[in-house]
Design a protein around this ligand. Sequence first.
Ligand code: ADX
Length: 173
Amino acid sequence: MVLLQMTGLSGAGKTTISGHVKEHLQQLDYKVELIDGDVFRRTLCKDLGFSKEDRCENIRRMGFVADLLTRNDIIVIIAAINPYDEIRQELKDNYGAKTIWVNCAIETLKQRDTKGLYRRAFLPENHPEKINNLTGVNDIFEIPQNADLVLDTGQESVAQSVQKVINFILQTV
Ligand code: ADX
């Protein structure tokens, strides 16, 4: 079954879009599971931080769980920042994961700032609330070179992005 890895900056819309896609496909009687970065970081990956090594290990664990599910006819969507090409490629090589780049301009993300992370990343150095490793601001996000599908959530509506992903999945299953 299909394994999708959504990749993109915090707040770009990975979880929101994945949730709608899941709902829609379940209505079509597909079995779908969502593996969400925030959820895994509270549970299976709560020992991990945000170094390159830990971010890759985070995705590696998600890929492992996702593979167990796809073997059982479940469509799986991994919604995590997933910033490194190396580990995205590993999931592609090991499990046939398709990459969906959820792109959004940093200016738009700064305006949305649903979790307040961008405000904190742009605080002056040595401010007590400063975040020093926020992806896209002061930590790396490698642009996916070979994405199977690209969404631009600064330009498209949620409904448009959701439809693009559904079309992609239905072409692939
Ligand atoms: S990943 O880089 O390892 O793929 P993941 O998607 O699991 O990241 O977790 C990202 C979430 O952790 C963000 O949505 C945000 O809520 C939280 N977070 C906390 N600190 C950071 C940070 N420095 N960089 C990115 N996300 C962070």
